[in-house]
Design a protein around this ligand. Structure first.
Ligand SMILES: Nc1ncnc2c1ncn2[C@@H]1O[C@H](COP(=O)(O)OP(=O)(O)OP(=O)(O)O)[C@@H](O)[C@H]1O
Length: 351
């Protein structure tokens, strides 16, 4: 007989905590997996001292699960939250009262793409910096949970603190308040979560973070049209989305899908950005259209949405991204292009 997660949780619910409640009501079970008859889970204690006192409870939890029919082996591991509550691994989204939008945030702006690697995170970081330079209070939420790149792009290596164990204090860099799951986990650690856990992480990064008063919260979405994009657009009040694409056909096909997804989710598309539009040889000055030419402009015209910017392939953009100093901090033509984009959003009353 195949054991179910519900059977296990029901059994664990019977184990009372000395402080009242039980392992389930206190939300202490993480990463519950069942493979054949082998059950594994983590009991997360609120502090290392409490974890030490909970050893008898861990053994009792193993015993009670081992007694269930269909269970051939059990491994329960005790961990303690460090100082921070962090984003509890394996946490699902909790029922959300009202809109998933932090109280002090005026505008939520989503940056999406169909295909990966087209420069969505680069655009998000530089637009955030450019808006901050224009005097706006800016937050950046890195919702690319499987491939977070904002800590690197902002040069952030610290882990956000949580003095009260409930709310996370986000990090600041280059005038922008930044929150990324990449700041909560080791850089090489893979996140292998699906739907409900991705939604839980998004909810926590939105609602369990002290964003403070912000004119705009930019959300750097994962590529594609998956759970995070859907969850954000359905549960948060997204003022608009910007879709980044290269002029390449394979990117454009996916960009079209992203546009279609935003339309289905009734999120207004503010416009398209063509990234890596052209490469100008620094030696001979000749332009090469490495990823094709004009495709994004044509697409924007076809869809009736503005083409917000055409950004060239630029070495300093790549170096700035890798080095934690976004190119928009400087005064190069690229920085000016981002300043112009920020200005356009401000003048358009979006931010
Ligand atoms: N205009 C540009 N010129 C040169 N390099 C760029 C440009 N835009 C982005 N890049 C570089 O391309 C790489 C991919 O960019 P980025 O991570 O922003 O893409 P993405 O669409 O967010 O990718 P992912 O789907 O993995 O999140 C990075 O190394 C970045 O520095």
């Amino acid at each position: 007989m195949q054991i179910s997660k519900d059977d296990i949780l029901a059994a664990l619910q019977k184990l009372a905590l000395p402080t009242g409640g039980n392992l389930i009501s206190a939300d202490m079970i993480r990463a519950l997996t069942i493979e054949g008859g082998q059950v594994r889970f983590v009991i997360e204690a609120p502090s290392p001292e409490i974890a030490r006192q909970m050893e008898p409870l861990r053994k009792a939890a193993e015993r009670i699960v081992a007694d269930l029919p269909g269970v051939t082996g059990v491994s329960a591991v005790l961990t303690a939250e460090a100082k921070a509550p962090a984003l509890k691994i394996g946490g699902h989204a909790k029922p959300q009262e009202g809109v998933m939008k932090p109280a002090g945030v005026k505008t939520v702006l989503a940056i999406g793409s169909g295909k990966g690697g087209v420069g969505k995170s680069t655009v998000s970081s530089n637009l955030a910096v450019a808006l901050a330079r224009a005097g706006k209070k800016v937050g950046l939420l890195d919702a690319d949970i499987h491939g977070p790149s904002q800590p690197r792009m902002f040069g952030l290596t610290a882990r956000p603190a949580s003095p009260d164990g409930k709310m996370i204090v986000p990090l600041q860099a280059h005038g922008v308040t930044v929150m990324s799951i990449g700041s909560m986990l080791a850089e090489e650690k893979a996140v292998i979560w699906r739907g409900p856990m991705l939604m839980g992480a998004l909810q926590q990064m939105m609602m369990q973070v002290e964003w403070g008063e912000l004119d705009v919260l930019i959300v750097d979405l994962p590529p594609g049209t998956g759970d995070v994009q859907m969850s954000l657009c359905q549960k948060s009040e997204v003022a608009g989305a910007i879709v980044v694409s290269t002029p390449q056909d394979v990117a454009l096909i996916d960009a079209r899908k992203a546009l279609d997804a935003f339309a289905t989710l009734k999120t207004p598309v503010l416009g398209l950005i063509e990234n890596m539009a052209v490469f100008t040889c620094p030696h001979c000055g000749k332009d090469s259209h490495i990823f094709g030419h004009g495709g994004v402009a044509d697409e924007a015209a076809k869809m009736g949405v503005p083409l917000l910017a055409q950004l060239p392939i630029d070495l300093d953009t790549r170096l700035g991204g890798d080095g934690g100093t976004p190119v928009a901090l400087g005064d190069s033509p690229m920085a000016q292009a981002y300043a112009a984009l920020a200005d356009r959003l401000i003048k358009g009353g979006i931010v």
